[in-house]
Design a protein around this ligand. Structure first.
Ligand SMILES: Cc1ncc(COP(=O)(O)O)c(C=O)c1O
Length: 445
């Protein structure tokens, strides 16, 4: 290959096969990928192509090995190719891949999900966006009201109801936060019905609720903002959402697509001691297979039936994903699992803080045990909300990501993502990661 035909991804790292793959992909798929979250320029100068993964490690097409702290943006709570998930799916493959009607494992999964989360009823779908779309429609159908509140910097997927106010792959300048949707093609009527409020700002939340209560169907919120790194709720903020919903006949929708089954068996609701009316789950539920869930109180969920609120999907609760989810949850229920993940997650956070200290880097780490953490290049002592996040140095983060690749550690290139550990990550993996981060920070100062 001629030298000019190859763009280096990270200094000194051979990614020629990834580059060639991307050049083929960009001719056929807009942005060279199948998702805005996976394409150029999220991955600059191009996304790396991966060939295989095992436990906490992944290998790219050029044979480079990395310790993986991205875990496919959350789903791989048991790491790559966990033997018991693989076995469950292999067994099911031989029995039939789809029936598109009730099957026994689906009911087993419904029972397990409801038991672990203390929900009354559940419906399955395929991805997080489908789940949050149905949750919002259900809140509107149940209350007979139109508007919803979402928070700046929260990401709830790729549908019109929630594509406002940044978060995840829609993260952009704060000036675009309130009125301008994060996508072309969203009708003005939809924009009028989604009100964006600042995270951790109790006064604004109360004001917006009071001004719009007559037509507010509910509040949709992540329990911890996981799409601008890791930004926890301040004392009382989730409780305020709960009480405002009770006071004004609105529904509290908690989007636990990331936190569900990760922060605790019962997700963020167990962790923070709070109860939502409708909850959405995905990522850790399927352990890497595309399955999501909408769950909640019986009285509300009973409106998700023909003639009332519509919800359907040919692939919903397909057996392959259902058996993977059963295996994923069974692994999570093993005694000591969450304690171990918390220990390794806390170790990662503490290690990164020490690396920052030792290299005198202007940065902080925010985290939430098994839920993940993020390193922010910032002078602030805390990231409380989206405008705070937007002041962080994302170019420096990208530079660190590239240095780490060369050293065999895989972080996402974007600071709005976060660092995850799986049940397969060991203390040794974390020690190695921290020492490579320290080297990278030293090189960057
Ligand atoms: C909190 C949250 N909700 C919803 C979604 C959308 O899920 P999906 O990408 O599966 O549609 C995401 C995706 O990252 C998410 O983080």
């Amino acid at each position: 290959m001629a030298a000019e035909d190859y763009v280096e991804y990270a200094s000194g790292l051979n990614t020629r096969k990834s580059y060639r793959l991307y050049k083929r992909a960009e001719k056929l798929m807009p942005g060279g990928a199948s998702s805005h979250g996976q394409c150029y320029p999220v991955f600059t100068p191009y996304p790396l192509g991966f060939e295989r993964g095992k436990g906490s490690k992944i290998w790219d097409l050029d044979g480079n090995e990395y310790l993986d702290f991205v875990l496919a943006m959350g789903p791989l709570i048991h790491g790559h190719a966990h033997p018991r998930l693989v076995e469950a799916v292999r067994d099911q493959l031989a029995k039939g891949t789809m029936f598109a009607v009730l099957h026994d494992k689906e009911v087993d999964l419904a029972e397990k999900v409801c038991r672990m989360t203390s929900m009354d009823m559940v419906r399955f779908s395929n991805g997080g966006s489908e789940a949050t779309q149905t949750a919002v429609r259900l809140a509107r159908g149940y209350t007979g009201k139109n508007k919803i509140i979402k928070f700046e910097g929260a990401y709830h997927g790729g549908h019109d109801y929630v594509l406002f106010g940044g978060g995840g792959p829609t993260t952009g300048p704060p000036s675009a936060m309130y009125k301008i949707p994060s996508s072309w093609g969203i009708p003005e009527e939809t924009a009028k019905n989604t009100l964006v409020v600042r995270w951790n700002d109790a006064d604004s939340l109360e004001k917006v609720v009071k001004r719009n209560a007559d037509d507010l169907a509910g509040i949709i919120s992540e329990p911890v903002l996981m799409n601008i790194g890791t930004v926890p709720p301040e004392e009382g903020f989730l409780q305020l959402m709960r009480s405002l919903c009770d006071e004004h006949d609105m529904l509290f929708i908690l989007d636990e697509i990331i936190t569900g089954f990760r922060l605790a068996r019962g997700g963020a609701q167990e962790y923070f001691g709070i109860k939502a009316d409708i909850t959405t789950y995905a990522k850790a539920l399927g352990g890497g297979f595309p399955i999501s869930a909408i769950a909640g109180r019986r009285k509300i969920m009973e409106d998700l039936v023909p003639g009332k609120v519509f919800h359907a999907g040919t692939y919903n609760a397909n057996p392959l994903c259902v058996v993977a989810a059963l295996a994923s949850l069974t692994e999570l229920e093993r005694p000591g699992t969450y304690q171990r993940m918390k220990k390794v997650g806390d170790m990662l956070q503490a290690g990164l803080e020490e690396a920052i200290e030792r290299t005198k880097t202007t940065a902080i780490v925010q985290g939430i045990g098994p839920g993940g953490c993020q390193l922010y290049f910032t002078k602030l002592d805390r990231i409380r909300n989206y405008p705070d996040y937007m002041t962080c140095d994302s170019q420096k983060y990208l530079a660190m990501h590239r240095k780490l690749l060369k050293k065999g550690v895989y972080f996402h290139p974007q600071q709005y993502e976060h660092l995850f550990v799986s049940t397969q990550h060991t203390e040794e993996d974390v020690k190695q990661c921290v020492s490579k981060v320290q080297e990278s920070l030293r090189e960057l100062t």
